[in-house]
Design a protein around this ligand. Sequence first.
Ligand code: GLU
Length: 514
Amino acid sequence: MLRATAIGPKPVPLALFGLTLSRIQKTYHRDKASVNSKVNDQPKQTNGVVTRFAPSPTGFLHIGGARTAMFNWLFARHHGGKALLRIEDTDKARSTQEAIDAIIEGLDWLGLDWDDETVFQSERAERHAEVAHELLASGNAYKCFATAEELTAMREQQRAEKKPMRYDGRWRDRDPSEAPEGAPFVIRLKTETTGKVTIADMVQGDVSVQNGEIDDFILLRSDGSPTYMLAVVVDDHDMGVTHLIRGDDHLNNAFRQLALIKAMGWAEPVYAHIPLIHGNDGAKLSKRHGALGVDAYRDMGILPDAMFNYLLRLGWGHGDDEIISRAQAIEWFALEGVGKSPSRFDTKKLQNLNGHYMRDAEDADLVRLATPWIEQDLAQALTPADKELLGQAMPVLKSRAKNLIELAESSLFLFKKRPLGLDERAENLLDADARTLLKSIHLGLTDLEDWTLEATEEVIKAIAESAELGLGKLAQPMRAALTGSTSSPGIFDVLILLGKEESLGRLADQMEKT
Ligand code: GLU
């Protein structure tokens, strides 16, 4: 539905233009020296590097977009250049403020910051039109008065004749005075008709297209609004973008954009078209593969650093390194490390990596990140004392949790109020025998002065021995009484974290029930 109401042409799908791309494979990957010499020849490519992330705000921050954003950010940070953010909101029917907010929030969450002011493409329409008129004045563009009916007939004929469907240049050499008075017109770029154009793509290698395949595409619509193709090129130029790192679904557009850049006599940027992300079954990523937006992973309790590391490794490599910190990523990032084939998104791998980041994270960071989840579960705010207790518990909690949700859940026992509600398993576990056992445990612990891991363990072991039971037989009812559930950190850790008074109180609450 939304598509049908979209204003004007979108970035035109590949099939419609039907460019035949011929590639010389991998010249850059195999031969790093040639890349370096290229870079050294052109100082603007080392320092003075300017990249940009240019999302269209039509939905959340897709994981593919997030990775593109990261690569742009890393490349700029690596070279000490600038990373810019441009919101491509020219398609008013599909762009929403919610989507803009979601994208900015997602980028923030990933820890990607941007230089200069964010550029909103829709605010630059006048400048885009100015360039179209400049091209018209220099003879590099022309007015086309062809009507919609005429163009439909042209395409139908091309289809019938099995010819490529593209604008045939019918107004290229005609004088505008031949058009009816006041007739609407579009402005088209006068493209080269012979020879070929080659893009030395940093990821794809050399990719060439015959100029004859690039039609005289529209720059300015009849209502005076710029096309996407014009807007992108003008903005990239005006923002001083030196390196265009983006999804390889834009490779086709690059040839048209380059024609426009050449017509203006502007500097050609370096292109790096990165392969898309596929699902773990190898098919193009879609909803059935699970969550597509980074916000969904945030809501699954994934740590931003883990997501950053996972997305980085997805399609980029540095030897066999799996765990790569942000600082290392900045130090090591180079386009030569970007793989040429689509990478596969594997939620399990992400979760495992997240577990690693959880174990390695600073306790204070985890307290901060887990607090909103805990507060939501408890339906109340944590007090400073609660947060201190959470910090003390963190070393034992974080070693057992794969994500922030598990971490939050496993911490709830610390904040529950007596008498604790028990979950079903805990309730079932506390039969009459177990409750009797709790009485001896309570008794044994009551006199203990030295409330330490070692001392509490000694007491419980002694009780287990005299009752001729394994330690586990005591630990389970204790766990049920102390935490209200059957899974928790080690039982002695639980005793220490809760403290003597609270522990004895919780044991007493359950042993007295019959
Ligand atoms: N706005 C485009 C997109 O979201 C990106 C354009 C570009 O990177 O050149 O796919």
